[in-house]
Design a protein around this ligand. Structure first.
Ligand SMILES: NC(=O)c1ccc[n+]([C@@H]2O[C@H](COP(=O)([O-])OP(=O)(O)OC[C@H]3O[C@@H](n4cnc5c(N)ncnc54)[C@H](OP(=O)(O)O)[C@@H]3O)[C@@H](O)[C@H]2O)c1
Length: 296
């Protein structure tokens, strides 16, 4: 498999020793409906994963919960033996009880985190997971027990780096007192910037920020809006400009847009080349007030 670098956005170093191109791919869209069960067309899903690598993407985000387990199997089937520069980040700590949205339940008991890590190692056919993310903090389990188990897994060499998902600055800070944290994955996009404080904390401490749901532009792309005008000026789609805005937000931001479409994949990778001017970045940022600016 050959790979060409996405040029525009450069690279990012995770945990001090893994360098990846600064536009990844999120694999959640590769399951059946409701992030449950196998994809309708598994052959296309495998082909898409191969295309991801061919386009130069070398950071994949997945989770045991996607399917559950379906996507990790697909990744192994499509890409093992893995290209040397590929980083696969997975997540543990969410139980699934069905295809509906309410079927995502934090489950942070240390023995479950360990079991799921072992299962991810087996499914991905890896001896060590480069980046293991705690999918959600479980409010019913002591925080230090959850992070402590990830530290143990790291000390044992089963994982290389620890990441967190959907955490506050306080939680991120507390976790760092237990084990080095390489990344944080929170919701962030043009329309929802409630994680801005986490981005700033991550940037100050050399932690990668991996935004999910990165393509959302609802309500911002009407005719004549800043997003519409800037998209036309660049000859790009609003989704591409949304990615360019994230890439411009901070050099520690690593977007992972997800898609099951090869055409969208190509557009998303091409967004890494877009250079927004200072004025364009400011106009897009001003389109939605920061959380602190909103009326309570
Ligand atoms: N940590 C967490 O709790 C968490 C939660 C959610 C997601 N994630 C991760 O984040 C990744 C991305 O999140 P996401 O899939 O929810 O949201 P997303 O990447 O913002 O959006 C995906 C949606 O946008 C469409 N799309 C993709 N590229 C497009 C384009 N160029 N133009 C127009 N539409 C496009 C996709 O449909 P098509 O398939 O038709 O392209 C899909 O419906 C996931 O794959 C997963 O790895 C993490």
């Amino acid at each position: 498999m050959t790979s060409t670098q996405p040029v525009g956005a450069g690279t990012l170093t995770l945990g001090g020793d893994i360098t990846v191109n600064r536009l990844g791919y999120g694999t959640m869209q590769l399951t059946g409906p409701g992030v449950w069960g196998p994809p309708r067309d598994p052959v296309s899903a495998v082909r898409l994963l191969i295309r991801v690598i061919e386009l130069g993407v070398n950071f994949l985000d997945t989770a045991d919960a996607y399917g559950p387990q379906i996507v990790e199997d697909l990744i192994r089937e499509a890409l093992h033996p893995y290209p040397g520069d590929l980083t696969i980040a997975t997540k543990v700590g969410l139980a699934r009880t069905g295809p509906a949205e309410w079927g995502w339940i934090p489950l942070g008991r240390p023995e479950y985190l360990r079991q799921q890590t072992e299962m991810s190692l087996r499914r991905l056919k890896l001896e060590r997971i480069d980046l293991l993310q705690l999918h959600r903090v479980d409010p019913t389990v002591p925080f230090e027990d959850q992070i402590g188990e990830l530290k143990l897994l790291r000390d044992e060499g089963k994982i290389r780096h620890v990441g967190l998902s959907e955490v506050s600055v306080d939680q991120l800070h507390a976790a760092r007192q237990i084990v080095p944290i390489a990344s944080v994955q929170n919701l962030l996009n043009l329309t929802n910037r409630s994680a801005s404080d986490v981005v700033d904390y991550a940037a100050a401490h050399g932690i990668a920020f991996i935004p999910y749901f990165s393509l959302a532009t609802a309500g911002l792309d009407g005719a004549g809006s800043a997003l519409d005008v800037i998209a036309h000026a660049h000859g790009r789609t609003p989704a591409q400009i949304a990615l360019a805005w994230l890439l411009r937000r901070s050099p520690i931001v690593l977007p992972i847009p997800g898609t099951s479409s090869e055409a969208h994949l190509a557009q998303n990778v091409a967004a890494a080349d877009i250079a927004l001017s200072d004025a364009e970045f400011a106009a897009l940022s001003a389109a939605v007030p920061l959380p602190d600016d909103r009326d309570e």
